[in-house]
Structures are given as structure tokens and as C-alpha cells.
Write a protein that binds this ligand. Structure first.
Ligand SMILES: [Zn+2]
Length: 255
């Protein structure tokens, strides 16, 4: 198969997976099963026909509205589908087929789900983070970063945030970081190893601070408004997974 065709099929497959990620994003925080029943319109409850479930195309054809009740379909649906499609296509092109690609795509899917759920609900479900820690460690037995770096990543990733969360709580007597963030960074550690996890944490903190200060400056938030840190952790981990190694090499050469 010519490479361009393979990349196209990877992207199309990614759009279908993205459609499933949308199901997870909608149902996990609501305590609903992700396998049953079939998708339905959240406004009128009518089950969707197969042609209303085609990733990206259905949204475009239906112009973002339910056929029966005209209730609007959230922009999140096509955005998650497009993002997942792009991730699969770029991943195939960047890593080539193999176990590392499988590990990175699975990791990316978990990050997309956590990103969206934390943004909307300020929640990071254990159903994603805990199995993620185990799956990340199992992959590390055969691909980068190796099981030792993965194990240290779990301990360091979870440990650093746990200490920050605990320290913040003792100082301010309110929760700044939740245990969800702790488990999520442990999952990132399992997939990326401890070095890239610290890069991810740095990116998350810097981007979170910039957005936070921006919101305060625009008087849209207060000093006490809790930003969904998991959303920033997801962005930091995605950057670190793809560009972390060159960034780390460059940074260490400065010294
Ligand atoms: Zn409807």
C-alpha cells in the first residue's frame, strides 16, 4: 500500500475511534455504560440511526442539529473526531506501524478523554487513569521508555503531585489539586518514563499559569478559581511524548 493511502486509512480509522472517545467523554462522568445502549440524542432521547453516527460527515450533513428535535449537537463531537483522526494519521506517519505506535495512540486516546472530561466536569475518572497506569507499564516491557524508567515514572509522577497537593492543602486548607491529577501524572509516568513526565509537568504548569494569569487579567476568574489541571497535563503530555526528547537534550546541553 502506498504510504499516503496507509496514512489516509489510519486517519479514517482514527475518526471512528474518535467517535467512541466521544461516547466515553459523555458517559463516563455520568456513570453510564460505554457499551450499552446505542447512542441517542441527549435532548430528545431518540436512538441514532447508523447514518447519524458516521464520524465528522454526519455532523456536517446534519449541520450540527438533531433531525427530530433540532437540538444542537455539541462542537465537541466533530472536534474530538477530527483530533483523533489527525493523531492517528500523524502517528502512523511519525512512528510507522509497530508496538510503539500502538502504545502512543492508546496513550493519546486516554489523554483526549481526560482532557475533555476535566475541562467540562473538573473530573479525571479512575476508569481511565488506573488501567492507564497498568497498560503503560506493560507496554514499557517491550518499548520505550523501558520498565525501569516507567516504574520510576509512576512513583515520581504520582509522588511529586501528591506532595504538592498535600502541601497546598496544609497551607491553604482547601483542595488545589485532586487525587485525579495525581493518578493521571502517574499514568503519564508509566507511558513516558520519569524524565519526559517532568517535561510534561513543566509544560502543564507553564501553560496553566499563562492561561490562569490571562483569565485573571481579563477579570474572568479570581485567584481562587481552580483551572482544570488535568486538561493542561494532557497538553503537556502530548507535547512531551512527541517533542520531549529533543527538548530535554537541548535543555541539558545548556548546562
Ligand atoms: Zn433530538
Amino acid at each position: 500500500m502506498p504510504p499516503a493511502v496507509a496514512i489516509f486509512f489510519a486517519g479514517a480509522f482514527g475518526a471512528v475511534i474518535g467517535s467512541f472517545l466521544n461516547v466515553c467523554i459523555y458517559r463516563l462522568p455520568r456513570g453510564m455504560s460505554i457499551v450499552w445502549p446505542a447512542s441517542a440524542c441527549p435532548h430528545c432521547g431518540r436512538s441514532l440511526a447508523w447514518f447519524e453516527n458516521v464520524p465528522l460527515l454526519s455532523y456536517a450533513v446534519l449541520r450540527g442539529r438533531c433531525r427530530t428535535c433540532s437540538g444542537s449537537i455539541a462542537m465537541r463531537y466533530p472536534m474530538v473526531e477530527a483530533l483523533t483522526a489527525a493523531m492517528f494519521a500523524l502517528g502512523w506517519w511519525y512512528y510507522g506501524p509497530g508496538t510503539l505506535l500502538a502504545a502512543r495512540l492508546l496513550f493519546g486516546c486516554a489523554l483526549i478523554v481526560l482532557f475533555a472530561i476535566d475541562l467540562e466536569h473538573q473530573l479525571l475518572p479512575n476508569a481511565i487513569t488506573l488501567p492507564g497506569i497498568i497498560v503503560g507499564f506493560l507496554f514499557s516491557l517491550v518499548v520505550a521508555p523501558g520498565w525501569m524508567a516507567s516504574l520510576i515514572g509512576i512513583v515520581v509522577g504520582g509522588g511529586v503531585l501528591y506532595l504538592i497537593a498535600e502541601g497546598y492543602y496544609r497551607l491553604r486548607h482547601e483542595e488545589g489539586l485532586g487525587m485525579g491529577d495525581v493518578k493521571m501524572l502517574a499514568m503519564i509516568g508509566a507511558f513516558l518514563g520519569w524524565k519526559l513526565t517532568l517535561v510534561a509537568l513543566m509544560f502543564a504548569s507553564v501553560s496553566g499559569s499563562i492561561i490562569g494569569i490571562g483569565l485573571i487579567a481579563a477579570r474572568r476568574g479570581s485567584m481562587n478559581y481552580a483551572l482544570p489541571f488535568g486538561t493542561f497535563l494532557a497538553i503537556g503530555a502530548a507535547v512531551s511524548a512527541t517533542l520531549g526528547q529533543p527538548i530535554l537534550t537541548w535543555y541539558l546541553n545548556l548546562w
